[in-house]
Design a protein around this ligand. Structure first.
Ligand code: PAF
Length: 281
C-alpha cells in the first residue's frame, strides 16, 4: 500500500489504472474506524484499485476548536488499512498541495437542501465540503466514490456537486455502521468519555422509537417525544431534531402519502457534536 502526499505522485501511481480499469475512492478526514473500513471493503470488491484520502479539511469547520481537536494519526490510519487485501492507495496531501492556492471555499449554489439542518447550523460547511471534495475528485478522478449515509445531507450535496462540476463519477450510498451499542460510528466518537459514549446510546434508541411509532403518531407528537427523552438525560443536548422529506430534506410538519421520510438529529455530548439519522418509511 503506497502513501502519497501530493497530487502529482498520486496521479503517476494511478496511471496504470486509467484505461479499462475501475478506480474506487473514499474521501475521509482520517481517524479511521470500522465504518470507513466497510466502505473500503465494498470499494475493493467493486473496483480494480481504491484510493482513500486522509485530509482534515479546514474550510468545512465552522468551529475552530472542533478543527483543532479533530483526531489525527496518519500512522495509525495507514496501519489500520494495511489489514486489508487489495490494491490500495492512501492520499494524504498537505493543504497547500491540494488547494494549490489560498485555502478558502468556493461559493456553491446547491439549492434548498443546503439551507436545511447542517446547513442552517454550520454556516459555510457545505461550501467547504463541496470545495474539498471537488479538489479531491479532480486529483483522484475515480469511477466510483463511496459515502456513508450517516452524513445523509452531505451525500445529497455531493450528488449535486458532481452535477454542477460535470464530473463523470458514480456516487455510491453506503449504510450507517453502528457500534455494538447502536451509536453511529464516527471519528468524533474517539473523543467521547466512557460515560458520554454510554449515554450517547440514547440517540439511536430514540431514533428507533420514532421509527417504531412513526405510523401511529403525528409529527408534532414525535417531535415532543424526542424532546422529552433528551430532557431526562443531562449529558446530551439536542441541537436539532427534524423529521424531513427524504428527497427534498424539507422539514415535515405532517405526513403525505407517497412521500418518504427520515429522522435527523444533532446532539452535543459536552463539546463533541454527534449526528445520526434513520429512514422512517
Ligand atoms: O465526511 C467527511 O469525512 C468529510 O466531510 C469529507 C467528505 C471527507 C470531506 O472533507
Amino acid at each position: 500500500m503506497g502513501v502519497y502526499t501530493n497530487r502529482e505522485s498520486l496521479s503517476n501511481a494511478l496511471l496504470p489504472f486509467r484505461k479499462g480499469k475501475k478506480i474506487g475512492f473514499i474521501p475521509t478526514m482520517g481517524a479511521l474506524h470500522n465504518g470507513h473500513l466497510s466502505l473500503v471493503k465494498q470499494a475493493l470488491n467493486e473496483n480494480d484499485c481504491v484510493v482513500v484520502s486522509i485530509f482534515v479539511n479546514p474550510t468545512q469547520f465552522d468551529n475552530k476548536k472542533d478543527l483543532e481537536k479533530y483526531p489525527r494519526n496518519l500512522d495509525a490510519d495507514v496501519k489500520f488499512l494495511s489489514q486489508l487485501e487489495g490494491t490500495l492507495f492512501v492520499f494524504a496531501p498537505e493543504a497547500s498541495n491540494l488547494y494549490n492556492g489560498p485555502v478558502i471555499s468556493k461559493k456553491y449554489t446547491f439549492g434548498n437542501i443546503e439551507h436545511e439542518m447542517e446547513g442552517k447550523h454550520r454556516k459555510g460547511h457545505f461550501d467547504g465540503v463541496g470545495t474539498v471534495v471537488n479538489l479531491l475528485f479532480r486529483a483522484v478522478m475515480p469511477d466510483q466514490a463511496y459515502f456513508g449515509e450517516k452524513d445523509f445531507q452531505q451525500l445529497q450535496i455531493i450528488r449535486k456537486l458532481v452535477a454542477i462540476e460535470k464530473l463523470p463519477i458514480r456516487i455510491v450510498n453506503c449504510p450507517i455502521v453502528r457500534e455494538p451499542n447502536g451509536l453511529a460510528m464516527s471519528s468524533r466518537n474517539k473523543r467521547l468519555t466512557e460515560q458520554q459514549f454510554n449515554d450517547a446510546v440514547l440517540i439511536n434508541k430514540t431514533l428507533s422509537e420514532v421509527k417504531e411509532k412513526f405510523s401511529a403518531l403525528s409529527i408534532p407528537a414525535l417531535n415532543k417525544l424526542v424532546v422529552e427523552r433528551f430532557l431526562k438525560n443531562t449529558s446530551l443536548k439536542i441541537e436539532y431534531f427534524e423529521i424531513a422529506n427524504e428527497r427534498t430534506l424539507k422539514t415535515a410538519k405532517r405526513k403525505y402519502k407517497n412521500s418518504s421520510y427520515r429522522a435527523f438529529i444533532a446532539v452535543y455530548a459536552g463539546e463533541i457534536r454527534l449526528i445520526d439519522n434513520m429512514a422512517l418509511s
